[in-house]
Design a protein around this ligand. Structure first.
Ligand code: 13P
Ligand code: SF4
Length: 359
């Protein structure tokens, strides 16, 4: 549905009143009614990099989810306030790993004599505390657009991909597995899953010793809905269709696809596609719909028939954005995201390592 014209006018007026004092970042999964007000749109990596692009802005309004806003707070100066228009905009995947569980897992790996040969790597979709853990223990943050280079960097610290060192990858088992197997050439047998509710993550000491990738038992509930059968069905229905999916999808879905990458990659791939070509996209529905509208000269399908929004991304709607902007105009800073100093210091080490990786 079209955005409420009254709210659009209020958002426009508030943004104009704030001028250069406000910088609005929008993730690609945001609603159209919100994304139209973003100064910059991007995937998680681009938004982390761009958060620091406007040091003169007093307020960074982050239209995305909590872990992204935390990262923006870490990467911007203390005088800049990061605002998340709805505090309930979390990420169910990020919630699947908490710092106590990670500390506990690491203590068990230390006890087993394995931690010294293991580099922790956390997906951007994690709490600031877990990023700080990685900063403190020689690890790095990655996103879906740089997971391969981040994993190579991590393995290089413990003898290389060909060696016998390990990576503890948190919290998305799928991104970890897909990258290790499809891009680094490791095998599925090199990967084990760490279930934080079980001793040794549910593994034997021998299995951990033999593993190269210790994958946290986490996943995205949105991308988890796509099945290989969906890929088979659309290939049967639309001959010659190009299958383009996000690496948070399960391994058999990614293996069955033609193209795999971050939201930014998905957009660029569609931009470069031939007119008349057919595409099916396995990622969040706001983005797929926007792409289908923007590419009327192509045949764009969604990989699954039932509605598949990210419910937490969708919490940032136009009423919340208007409320946040009008509060700033009125001199209040609502829903400020503040990461404590020590967590910031350590998490920034891991984020800076990511930002320094070769493109
Ligand atoms: P991107 O980094 O590809 O934008 O992905 C972020 C995310 O949360 C996907 O679910
Ligand atoms: Fe988290 Fe999945 Fe939503 Fe991305 S799509 S923010 S990983 S729940």
């Amino acid at each position: 549905p079209a955005s409420d014209p009254d709210l659009v006018a209020r958002a426009r007026a508030a943004k104009e009143a704030l001028g250069d004092r406000v910088f609005i970042l929008g993730h690609h999964y945001q609603r159209d009614e919100v994304i139209q007000f973003a100064d910059v749109t991007g995937d998680s990596f681009k938004l982390a990099r761009d958060a620091a692009a406007r040091p003169e802005a007093e307020f960074i309004v982050f239209c995305g989810v909590h872990f992204m806003a935390e990262s923006a707070d870490i990467l911007t100066s203390d005088s800049q306030a990061v605002v998340l228009p709805d505090m309930a905009a979390g990420c169910s995947m990020a919630d699947m790993a908490n710092i106590n569980q990670v500390d506990d897992a690491w203590a068990q790996l230390e006890e087993a004599g394995i931690a010294s040969r293991t580099v922790p790597v956390t997906y951007m979709n994690s709490t600031a505390a877990i990023k700080a853990f990685c900063g403190e223990h020689g690890g790095v943050v990655c996103t879906s657009s740089n997971a391969e280079v981040a994993l190579r960097w991590a393995f290089d610290k413990v003898g290389g991909v060909e060696g016998d060192g390990k990576v503890l990858f948190m919290p998305d088992q799928h991104l970890g597995r897909n990258t290790a197997v499809l891009q680094l050439g490791l095998s599925l047998d090199d990967c084990i899953v760490w279930d934080p509710r079980k001793p040794l993550g549910g593994n034997t000491p021998e299995a951990i010793e033999a593993a190269r990738m210790i994958l946290w038992k986490g996943h995205c509930s949105v991308h988890g809905r796509f099945r290989k059968e969906n890929v088979d069905a659309i290939r049967a229905k639309v001959p010659g269709v190009n299958v383009l999916v996000h690496p948070e999808c399960a391994h058999d879905v990614v293996t069955a696809a033609d193209y795999v990458g971050s939201t930014e990659y998905i957009i660029k791939t569609l931009d470069a596609a031939e007119p008349g070509s057919a595409w099916v996209i396995g990622t969040e529905l706001n983005l797929v719909r926007r792409l289908a509208n923007a590419h009327a000269d192509k045949d764009v399908h969604f990989l699954e028939d039932t509605v598949c929004f990210c419910s937490t991304m969708n919490r940032i709607d136009l009423p919340h954005l208007v409320w946040a902007l009008e509060s700033l105009v009125a001199g209040e800073v609502p829903n400020r995201i503040v990461v404590d100093d020590e967590t910031q210091r350590l998490a920034k080490i891991a984020l800076d390592r990511m930002l320094a990786l070769p493109a």
